[in-house]
Design a protein around this ligand. Structure first.
Ligand code: FAD
Length: 383
């Protein structure tokens, strides 16, 4: 019997994969709903997500879509069209056609990178670019990873960039994040897996080659998959570990009378604190009663100040009246990412204990990295 601590996307993917391979699985989730930071709650008529911007970074082609297929979860993903635009000096420029000379630039720099940039932070490389390309790189990092160039090395970013070139841009699951989670829950239960909500795991210890978890009482398992990150996993075992910093962000949900973007891709924003925006109701009108524009802003420092600046910028960019449905900030134990991209700790925590989720990603962006990490973790568990 294998226990999964946490019913976030990472935990549910792992539980499904284990059940598919014939293991007995039990998932324990402390909240009254599954999905963690990858689901939504209906608020003022809109599916306001608990985290994610309802986007799958590589759409129907990437590692997450492949893993969903492998475990038999049926999720319809609309690939974004255009993949993105870049707002530069008031002009909206399609990313694929005109900004992606960035691809050429990086290709050129690849050779250079091997000796000059590879282990240095990305700001060193960014400072060698022209203003346009540098601004795009900054907003791409802010939107996709909620980080700044000095947060990641060139080498780590290059791994992510290669995946983006390989699988290309994003997609939106019909029904949003919640539809992915609902499908994973149903699929798991149809294979005999069990999910217990409002069941917080409060302790974990090794005992005679098994792992014991404290839920209501101590219960014995052969192995444990932890979806709560390395820091909390260590705390459950009464240990303390040093952990990389989390990435922080602010998400604004706006109701508009008419579409602003009018497409299903991302509008990356140059030289602002807010990094980009999307309008997922163009892919699935059922995600809101009206047009839902979501804006994402990475932040460091004081959150209230950051929100003040973000709202001012949104008014400037959107330029028409809107209703502010929600402003959510993400940090500490409910962050954008538990470990900033490129600083993820490995999937192995201890013998018979693996970690999945966004502190243990494989080499890709966000939920794509989570899917790769889950596959790797389960390989380790089976060794
Ligand atoms: P979580 O979702 O945090 O799941 C962990 C679960 O464990 C939670 O449900 C928690 O309640 C539970 N738990 C914790 N402690 C215990 C315990 N002791 N016992 C039992 N249960 C416990 N990614 C994308 O790919 N696309 C996007 O558009 C995107 N946008 C984002 C925008 C924002 C503002 C944010 C915050 C994140 C975004 N992300 C996006 C990132 C993505 O949402 C996360 O990487 C992902 O949801 C993390 O999933 P997880 O399974 O690692 O963790």
């Amino acid at each position: 019997m294998i226990a999964v601590i946490g019913a976030g996307l990472g935990g549910l993917l792992a539980a499904n994969l284990l059940a598919k391979e014939g293991y007995e699985v039990e998932v324990y989730e402390r909240l009254p709903f599954p999905g963690g930071r990858f689901t939504s709650l209906n608020y003022k008529g809109f599916e306001v997500s608990t985290g994610a911007l309802h986007m799958i970074p590589h759409g129907s082609r990437g590692p997450l879509a492949k893993l969903l297929k492998r475990i038999g979860a049926k999720v319809e993903i609309v690939d974004s069209k255009p993949e993105g635009e870049f707002l530069w000096n008031g002009e909206r420029i399609e990313v694929r056609r005109r900004v992606f000379p960035l691809k050429a630039v990086l290709k050129f720099y690849k050779e250079l990178a091997i000796s000059k940039f590879k282990d240095r932070t990305l700001d060193v490389f960014a400072n060698s670019l022209d203003d346009f390309t540098k601004a795009f790189l900054n907003s791409f990092l802010g939107w996709s990873l909620s980080i700044y160039p000095e947060d990641i090395t060139f080498r780590k970013f290059y791994e992510i960039f290669k995946q983006t070139v390989k699988y290309r841009g994003p997609g939106i699951p019909i029904g949003g994040c919640k539809a992915v989670i609902n499908e994973l829950v149903e699929n798991l239960e149809s294979m005999g897996g069990r999910i217990y909500l409002r069941k917080e795991v409060r302790g974990m210890k090794e005992s005679d080659g098994k792992i014991k978890l404290l839920v209501d009482d101590w219960k014995v398992f052969d192995s444990v998959v932890s979806n709560v990150g390395h820091k909390l996993t260590a705390e459950l075992m009464g240990e303390k570990i040093s952990h990389p910093e989390e990435s922080r962000g602010i998400k604004y949900t706006l109701k508009l009378e008419e579409p602003f973007l009018e497409h299903t891709g991302v509008l990356f924003v140059a030289n602002k604190n807010v990094a980009g925006m999307n309008e997922v109701t163009n892919a699935d009108p059922n995600l809101g009663k009206g047009v839902m524009l979501q804006v994402h802003q990475p932040f460091r420092g004081e959150v209230r100040k950051a929100i003040e600046i973000g709202l001012r910028e949104i008014r400037e960019i959107v330029g028409k009246s809107f209703e502010l449905i929600a402003v959510q900030s993400f940090s500490n134990d409910w962050p954008v990412n538990r470990a900033k991209a490129g600083s993820d700790l490995g999937v192995v925590f201890k013998e018979r204990v693996v970690v999945v989720g966004d502190g243990a990603k494989g080499r890709d962006i966000e939920v794509e990295g989570i899917a790769l990490g889950v596959e790797k973790a389960l390989e380790e568990l089976k060794r």
